[in-house]
Design a protein around this ligand. Sequence first.
Ligand SMILES: [Zn+2]
Length: 100
Amino acid sequence: MTESNTYMYALLWTCSVCGYMKEGGQPKMECPTCASYKTSFVSFPQHLEKEIREVFPDIPPNHKDARAKRMALIAEHDVKKKSTLAGRILPAASGNAMDN
Ligand SMILES: [Zn+2]
């Protein structure tokens, strides 16, 4: 059993305002849940997402309880300060995807 790499997501883009999560690719132009602009998205650490899935195995990733837990973990682990990825990829996100 390995503790990491259980999920093979490229990136877990998470809205730092409401906790909405999108797997892989690039952040959405705006959050479908709270309409925050994409710069609100941070890349959420996979080991923290694993924690959420273990606490809530039976609900979808964007269920309000999972989002609330994600928000708590973002605050607890200072994810916003550590991740500025969404801001950095702005030019690429508005044009061609850079990972194709
Ligand atoms: Zn949001």
